[in-house]
Write a protein that binds this ligand. Sequence first.
Ligand SMILES: NC(=O)C1=CN([C@@H]2O[C@H](COP(=O)(O)OP(=O)(O)OC[C@H]3O[C@@H](n4cnc5c(N)ncnc54)[C@H](OP(=O)(O)O)[C@@H]3O)[C@@H](O)[C@H]2O)[C@@H](O)CC1
Ligand SMILES: [K+]
Length: 467
Amino acid sequence: MIPANAPILTAEQMVDAEQAVFASGVSQDELMERAGEAVARETARFAMGRPILILAGPGNNGGDAYVAARLLQREGLDVSVVATGAPKAGAAERMQALWHGATTSLYAARPRPVLVDGLFGTGLMRPLERGLAAVFADLCAQAEFTLSIDVPSGLDSDTGADLGAPAGIDVTLALGALKPGHLLDAGLERCGRILLADIGIDSDTGWRTAGRPQLVTPHAHSHKYSRGLVVVIEGAMPGAARLSALAAMTAGSGYVVLAGEKPWQGGPDALVRRAFGTSTDLAEFLEWDRIDAVVLGPGLGRDGNADGYLRAAFAAEKPLILDGDALSLLGTNAASWLQSRQAPTWLTPHSGEFDRMFGFDGSKIERTLAAARATGATIVHKGADTVMASPKGAVRVLAGGSSWLSTAGTGDVLAGVLAAQVAQGSKGVQAAEAAAWLHGRAARLAGPAFYADDMIKHISEAVGECL
Ligand SMILES: NC(=O)C1=CN([C@@H]2O[C@H](COP(=O)(O)OP(=O)(O)OC[C@H]3O[C@@H](n4cnc5c(N)ncnc54)[C@H](OP(=O)(O)O)[C@@H]3O)[C@@H](O)[C@H]2O)[C@@H](O)CC1
Ligand SMILES: [K+]
């Protein structure tokens, strides 16, 4: 479980936030006391009287651990500390000096039912030393409950890269803000349940986890056009475009058109079909001023026809959602194609498509932001950790969704849900966040082992939860 609408800060941003707290008159010791109090409170809640082993590393993460040890002992709990080295000068050293209970070295440590991991937090700079990682993993495996302070030790807090973190952590108590590493890459599987403790730092940021959108019921005078008109362009593999179109219908659009050379005639009668002969015909149709959003890419194909449709969609200057084959056609030229567009664009690549289009380095958040800035488009970088970024720097992350979403066609469904949000007036990363949330919720409602058509039936139920 991941907190919704929670701020996300990098290690560097955490240091800045910490400095701002110090500048306001709060001492380093006071801030560490607050962090340790939060750790002690959550640990006591889960320990329910069981003996506790606290691992204290050499940095401030270890300092938090010493505070928690002292407070838990004061509450009468049976606490033992494992010190992995002398703490660095400053608050951590002072907190260690205030700890007067049992202390052992790492290699003499005996497992206890409750384990608190205060080895390393945001200051982890390199992989855990192998012996340390092995003992930590063993203590964790033998504990009945493990809580990590701030970040599981062995997880890169900025990227989620695995630097030796064990499996089996039950709770991670994030201090002040979530870190990118909680949400990305290996972090998704290593943190257990994530809780967020307010320790009084200013975590105001444009990066946060996605939350349930607030949608509106159509007003009394709404009509099919005012509810948003979506056009989905059908290509070589028509099934994918159908999934997008049906998803756009159940996500609240007033009018959905499936446009193709010979558009599919099955399915609901409410789905409007529009045949076009050539890309010139398509370009003319897309001039229609009723159109609020266009989806291009699901099942498009990559032949000359597809290229013509892409050019027609660009020429129309309507809000445009590009997915699948449209992304492949743009390829490494995405930035130059997109920078000239006046109307808003959303790109919805999965990681393979993203990597083929863009060569940026860094965490998934940094790479997605770089792509948004380079293209001027809102990027929805899909995956178990879906990262959404706008060119202005807003970031939303939706992580920890149903792993059953890893099946064909679910990306096409997302493109349709997104088009419905755009057609109804939602903008930029807000439209992406709403679509990703509805998509994730529909997948949960569909249960296990669903296929993409199944989840479409649950989109309107997900919409109902947001009114
Ligand atoms: N910022 C805030 O607002 C607040 C922060 N708080 C807390 O501070 C934590 C961050 O503390 P931090 O910066 O001292 O880093 P931390 O993770 O304890 O470790 C750094 C130490 O480990 C060492 N080291 C690194 N990698 C290593 C490795 N692989 N193997 C071995 N050693 C390694 C490194 O030394 P080095 O060897 O690199 O010289 C250094 O000594 C944060 O997560 C939170 O818990 C709260 O108290 C209050 C609010
Ligand atoms: K930790």
